[in-house]
Design a protein around this ligand. Structure first.
Ligand SMILES: Nc1ncnc2c1ncn2[C@@H]1O[C@H](COP(=O)(O)OP(=O)(O)OP(=O)(O)O)[C@@H](O)[C@H]1O
Ligand SMILES: [Mg+2]
Length: 257
């Protein structure tokens, strides 16, 4: 097919997003398009607005200005449950399991909740079957009665991923899913992310401070600094960008290897 006839589907479109917390502009005039099937990295120093942007996309926060479109529909200001039902799932930077439920039940909740906005419904039995499938997929080794407080940091991050996947998303917002993990766990979790995109066909926006892992997987990187996009491009282009290097200078959390 000639290149001019290849249709690229824009899955997510952010137009002029701003978010103020009192006098602080956490996000300013963010405009960005994400194609269906893309694996996009979102990086930036601490406090640059990455999680706030995820909160705006997933409906946890309403933007002060601008518009969020998902699959061509305006979703700005919709409640998080509605946005999740449309196919957007997110993990939390600080894992948030429901502590009184088992790990399997936590993931079942994702399956039951994700379905409740769609035409197909899970029974408890099929939700459990799916939960176990996603728990296996992310490489979490648990028994049926394992509780979240028995999990390691790596296990809790895998649980976040499994619960998000159980909602059957088409877009996954992954917020620091490998932070605090050792080298072996980082490689394992990175490979899981790659498989989520390649095997499940889920579009991913990945926020991460661990540059080596992120840069080796994503196709495009967007860099935030003080709530603004300061660079955008292929990992090889962005990592040499003067503004990016300057933004990261003095960042103690930067882990480049
Ligand atoms: N609910 C809130 N109320 C007030 N200020 C907030 C709130 N959430 C975030 N902020 C501020 O907005 C700015 C952006 O924060 P955000 O958490 O989005 O940064 P981040 O890029 O995710 O940082 P990190 O890499 O440390 O996770 C920071 O100055 C933060 O203190
Ligand atoms: Mg954050």
């Amino acid at each position: 097919m000639p290149p001019s006839l290849i249709q690229v589907l824009i899955m997510l479109s952010l137009d002029g997003i701003g978010k103020f917390f009192g006098g602080l502009a956490a996000l300013s005039d963010i405009s960005l398009k994400v194609e269906e099937g893309e694996f996009l990295g979102l990086i930036g120093p601490n406090g640059s607005g990455k999680t706030t942007l995820f909160n705006v996309i997933s409906g946890v926060l309403k933007p002060s200005s601008g518009r969020v479109s998902f699959m061509g529909a305006d979703i700005t200001g919709l409640y998080p449950d509605k946005i999740c039902h449309l196919g957007v799932a997110r993990t939390f930077q600080i894992p948030r399991p429901l502590k009184d439920l088992t790990v399997v039940e936590n993931v079942m909740l994702g399956a039951l909740f994700g379905d409740s906005g769609r035409s197909t419904y899970h029974s408890e039995e099929t939700a459990k079957r799916d939960a176990i499938k996603y728990i296996d997929f992310v490489g979490l080794k648990v028994g049926e009665l394992t509780m979240p407080d028995e999990l390691t940091a790596a296990g809790l991050r895998k649980l976040e991923l499994a619960r998000a996947l159980a909602t059957s998303p088409t877009l996954l917002l992954a917020d620091e899913v490998i932070s605090g993990l050792n080298q072996e766990e980082i490689l394992e979790a990175s490979s899981v992310l790659n498989r989520i995109r390649d095997e499940m066909g889920v579009t991913i926006i990945w926020v991460e401070h661990i540059m080596g892992a992120l840069m080796s997987l994503v196709e495009r990187v967007v860099v935030l600094d003080y709530g603004k996009i300061i660079a955008e491009g292929k990992p090889s282009e962005v990592s040499g960008d003067k503004r990016v290097v300057e933004a990261y200078l003095g960042e103690e959390e930067q882990e480049v290897y």
